[in-house]
Design a protein around this ligand. Sequence first.
Ligand SMILES: Cc1cc2nc3c(=O)[nH]c(=O)nc-3n(C[C@H](O)[C@H](O)[C@H](O)COP(=O)(O)OP(=O)(O)OC[C@H]3O[C@@H](n4cnc5c(N)ncnc54)[C@H](O)[C@@H]3O)c2cc1C
Length: 422
Amino acid sequence: MKATVIVIGAGHAGLAMSRRLTERSIDHLVLERGEVANSWRTERWPGLRLLTPNWQTRLPGCDYAGDDPDGYMPVTEVAATLTRYARLVGAPVRTATTVRAVRAARQGFDILANDDVISARAVVLAAGACSLPAVPPVADAIPPSVTTLTPFSYRGPAQLPDGEVLVVGASATGVQLADQIHRSGRPVTLASGEHVRLPRSYRGRDIFWWLEATGVLAERHDQIDDLARARHLPSPQLTGTPEPITTDLNALAARGVRVVGRLGRVAGGLAQFSGSLANTCTLADLKMNRFLNRADEWATRSGFDDELPPPHRFAPTHIAPRSPLELDLTTGEITTVLWATGFRPDRSWLAIPVLDRNGHIRHHGGVVTEAPGLYVLGLPVLRTRASTYIHGAAADSEDLANHLRSFLSGGGVLPGPAAALR
Ligand SMILES: Cc1cc2nc3c(=O)[nH]c(=O)nc-3n(C[C@H](O)[C@H](O)[C@H](O)COP(=O)(O)OP(=O)(O)OC[C@H]3O[C@@H](n4cnc5c(N)ncnc54)[C@H](O)[C@@H]3O)c2cc1C
C-alpha cells in the first residue's frame, strides 16, 4: 500500500498537519493506535484540566467558540474538541492502527502499521512528546511496602492507600496532583527541584495573556540562546481549575502541603532531599520577577497601563525553617510515592538513526534534515516557545507543510537551510 505522506498520531498536532496537507491537496493518511485524542482519553488522569485558558485552544481554522473563553478545559472536553475537529477538517484517520516501525526505503519510508507495510515519500511524526512517564533511577530504591504511581497510573485520591503521599516533582503535574490529593484530606509532602514559578494571573489578566502579549511565546527556536535548555525546561507551576487559583509553593504550603527539596537519593529506606531548596526557590522567584518586569515594560510601551490595575510583586517563596532533609519510608507513614518527574516520547519504533545519545530526535525546527522527508511536530519549543502548547501547532504545521510541499515538488531534493528555518 502507498500514500504520499503518513502522519503518525491523531492528537492535535497530527490533526493540524492533516488540515494543512488537505489545504495543499497532498494525499495523506493519519495513523492512530487508539482513537482520535487517544492520549487525552487514556493517558491523562481524570481530574486534569488544561492549564492554558480556553481562548488559547486554537487549531488551524477552528478557534474556541464556547461560552467560557477564560475557563480551563477538562480533559474530557479536550478529547471531544479534538474529535469534532477531526470531523471538521475531514482528517483521513485510521484508528486502531499502531505504527510498529518506520524505516528508510529506496523511495522514502516504509511504515509497518499493524501487520501492513505502507510506503510513503514523507512521514510526519506527531506521536506525542509525553507518551511515557519519565521516572528517575532512584525509584528502584523505594521500599516495596510503598505504593508507587505515575501520572499514567494515577486515577484520583480514592485509589490511594490510607496514609501520607510523597509527590516527587513540583512542575505543572506535581503541583496539580499535590493540591488535589491534599484537598482530599491526606497529608502530602512535595519534593521540589528546579521549577518555573508563575502566578495564575497578573494585573487582572491570565498569565498566558501576558506570555502571548509580550511576545515570549513567539520567540523562535533559532533565536533562543540555549535551545537545548529551553526545550527541557520544567512546565510552569500552573493549574487549570473551575475558578482560577495560584498553585505556587507559597499557596500550597499555606494550604498545608509540606514542601521539601529535590529527592536526591533513597538509601536503606531513607529518602534524602537536597538542602538547596531555598536557592532553587530564590532563582525561580528571580526569573518570575524578570518576566513580570518585562510584562510591565510592555504594558507601558503599548499604552495598556491605564486599562490594567497597577504593577505589583508577589511574596518571595517562603521555605519552612524545619523543612526535613530526610524522611523514613519504612515507618508506614508515607504509603504512596507519586512520580511527577516529567514525560518523554516513545521512539522505540523509529528505526532511522536520527536520535541523539539521550534519545531525542535531532531536528531543525521540526525538519529532520538527516532523513529528508521526515518531520516531527508537537515537541516543546519545536519552532517557537508556543510549540509547547496546543495553539503552537497552527503555525508549526503551516511552516512544516510548506517545507514538505517543496520537498515533494523538488523530487526528493531537500530545500536549503533557509527553507528549513522558515
Ligand atoms: C499532563 C499534561 C498536561 C498538558 N496540559 C496542556 C495544556 O494545558 N495546554 C496545552 O496547550 N498543552 C498541554 N499539554 C501539552 C501538549 O498539548 C500535549 O502533550 C499534547 O497532547 C501533545 O499533542 P500531540 O498531538 O503532539 O500528541 P498527543 O496528544 O500525545 O497525540 C499523539 C497521538 O499519537 C498516537 N500514537 C503514539 N504512538 C503511536 C504509534 N506508534 N502508532 C500510532 N499512533 C501512535 C497516540 O495514541 C496519540 O493519540 C499537556 C501535556 C500533558 C502531558
